[in-house]
Design a protein around this ligand. Sequence first.
Ligand SMILES: [Fe+2]
Ligand SMILES: [Fe+2]
Length: 224
Amino acid sequence: MSSLPDDRDRPKTLSQPPANPEFKVETLAPLPKKPTLMDLLVGRLNTPRHGMQFAVTPHVAQSAAQALKAGLDEETVLACLLHDIGMGVARPDHGWWGAQLIEPYVPERVTWAVRFHQALRFYPDASVGYEYPAFYQSLFGPDYKPPEYIEAAYRYARNHQWYMSARHVTMYDDYSFDQDLPLNLDPFVDIIGRHFRQPVEGLGNDTSPSAHMWRTIIDPSKPL
Ligand SMILES: [Fe+2]
Ligand SMILES: [Fe+2]
């Protein structure tokens, strides 16, 4: 006859994990009940997160302003405006996160450009004067070689019909970190209106496959 283990032999489980003294629930400015992309650019993505030195919104706005000035088409301007939006969720693989976030709402080429700009950033293209970013030297070290999946994404994108859309995003990515420039999103209101299918329920409230990701941007310090 087998005997039940003595209580003292059982692993001790806690009814709840120990409190983390570092954790603070952030108080954020309230958003409209049905938040739009513009509400989130202004009310959430305008604050640096995940240990970044810059906030997403001023950087992407400067990048999109350059693309607009260069006379690029509206979908590419929108890709520049959204290119680092994935950093609102997570920093690693932000191109993929960003593409997934926007995929239900934008033309396919915009999603594609956002996804692949991340890999293309590591690879110069002399034909358009794009060089390896100087700050990657300090970020990744002088002898850094991107991982295999980044290399593979680059090789795939290099031969794709939309290569230049992602390449344009990289071209206006550097030179877009001016902390002193006032934020101006006005030039993009109509472009967003024409190419971003804002859900009537508000971002995070619809049933799209990325609604939960928008909710994470809306309330990034929710305990669960
Ligand atoms: Fe990026
Ligand atoms: Fe960027």
